[in-house]
Design a binder for this molecule. Structure first.
Ligand code: PLP
Length: 422
């Protein structure tokens, strides 16, 4: 209706993440049992975990003082002081990091943390120069792709591909291909990586951190699915923090996406900048998530639930889904799955797919199965001729079992049709 500014052009128009969230929201809202939602990063509803949130909510609601603190007070823009102190104490006890509440800022979800961080660090500078964010490994989280308010923000490095057995593969960072000059403002990596479920090893992470440190740029690590909560990592790894690292965490994948709570751990100047941006863009944060989980971070029970309930559940789900895919595809569809190392997804590579993954997405959508086309996750990569980027699908395995199984059977059937007829 109205002409849009550059900011409006960039944020108010269609995007991959917009399409995903639209599909997700519509599928959930429609309640249509025939739709198989294998697309979003929606956490599963785990009975044992949902019960904990219900009990916490009831106990908060029963105490009027606490309830009104939670609902009736604006927080300081960095977040609730007690919550920030509790997070800092827990992380220093678990991992030995020398941090205090001054190293912790709350945001409206991890997504907002990235919007603020990426735009503050990269884009157009006052002296006319432009800086970019280096993605040391793609495919990388679709949600970063359209966040730049002043032009494209990303420069990505093509990964190495390790072929494993008949039906598996794994990405690895190609360190020889990483070039950092003064036009690079920061490095960003999700760990586990959404979409591939790749978890970079402790050695790879330390090597990236050392590189960032040498260059005087931050390494931003997104732990949305990672340790210590929800802890959906199936390999033997540890988180790491140094002064040149910025870590983001979120309550969403614990089953609390509705609270919109992101947590950033960083050096003090970064926290101060984020606090300022929070105040300007949102005044304060949502208090609900912080109040719900604070006692559970204080007594360590949130980490226990993550390790004993949440992580084993998703690990089992990943394995069951892999088995269903193996059975359904039989030997009729050429495929490989990325080694499953964490998060909520299997990443499917179809090396002989005769159409693009985007066309496949539309064909599946027409049959009531929603997945995400892999091409969205290769942003920032100049090599447009790499066929791999149009040969992958992200399959989320958090939907109820019957739905997931039906979705996989339809996917297998459609792939057989496509391979035979196109
Ligand atoms: N980072 C990754 C890798 C994600 O997958 C998501 C959500 O799916 C987010 C960040 C943002 O999550 P939230 O804003 O709910 O914390």
């Amino acid at each position: 209706k109205y002409p849009l500014s550059e900011f409006g052009q960039r944020l108010a128009l269609d995007s991959g993440i917009g399409e995903l969230m639209q599909d997700l929201g519509e599928a959930l809202a429609s309640g249509d049992p025939s739709i198989c939602m294998l697309g979003g990063g929606q956490p599963s509803h785990l009975d044992a975990v949902d019960q904990i949130w219900q009990q916490r909510m009831q106990s908060l609601a029963a105490d009027r003082d606490q309830l009104m603190q939670m609902l009736g007070d604006y927080q300081a823009p960095a977040g609730d002081l007690l919550f920030r102190q509790t997070v800092a104490k827990r992380l220093s006890e678990e991992y030995g990091w020398p941090i205090s509440e001054k190293n912790v800022c709350i945001t409206a979800g991890g997504q907002t943390a990235f919007f603020l961080l990426l735009n503050a660090l990269a884009g157009q500078f006052a002296d006319g120069t432009r800086k970019r964010i280096l993605l040391p490994l793609v495919p990388e989280y679709i949600g970063y792709a359209d966040q730049g308010v002043s032009g494209d923000l990303f420069q990505a490095v093509r990964p190495k591909i390790e072929i494993i057995g008949d039906h598996e593969f794994k990405y690895a960072i190609d360190f020889d291909a990483i070039e950092i000059d003064e036009s690079i403002a920061a490095m960003v990596l999700s760990r586990p990586t959404n979409p591939s479920s790749n978890v970079v090893t402790d050695e790879e992470l330390a090597r990236l951190a050392a590189l960032a440190d040498q260059q005087g740029i931050p390494l931003i690590v997104d732990n949305a699915y990672g340790d210590p909560f929800p802890g959906v990592i199936f390999t033997d790894t540890k988180p790491m923090w140094t002064e040149s690292m910025v870590l983001t965490f979120s309550l969403s994948k614990l089953g609390l996406p509705g609270t919109r709570t992101g947590i950033v751990v960083a050096d003090e100047p970064v926290i101060q900048a984020l606090t300022s941006m929070n105040a300007i863009t949102a005044l304060a944060n949502n208090n609900v998530g912080q109040h719900l989980v604070q006692p559970m971070i204080a007594d360590g029970s949130l980490l226990d639930v993550s390790r004993q309930v949440i992580a084993p559940y998703y690990r089992q789900r990943a394995e069951t889904t892999r088995q269903w895919i193996t059975e359904a595809f039989a030997d009729e569809v050429p495929y490989r799955l990325h080694r499953s190392e964490g998060a909520f997804f299997l990443w499917l590579w179809l090396p002989e797919l005769p159409i693009t993954s985007e066309e496949l997405y539309h064909r599946l959508k027409a049959r009531g199965v929603l997945v995400i086309s892999g091409h969205y996750f290769f942003f920032g990569l100049e090599d447009q001729n790499w066929r791999h980027r149009d040969q992958c699908l992200r399959i989320s395995f958090t939907a109820p079992e019957a739905q997931l199984r039906r979705g996989i059977e339809t996917l297998a059937d459609e792939l057989k049709v496509v391979h035979q007829t196109v």
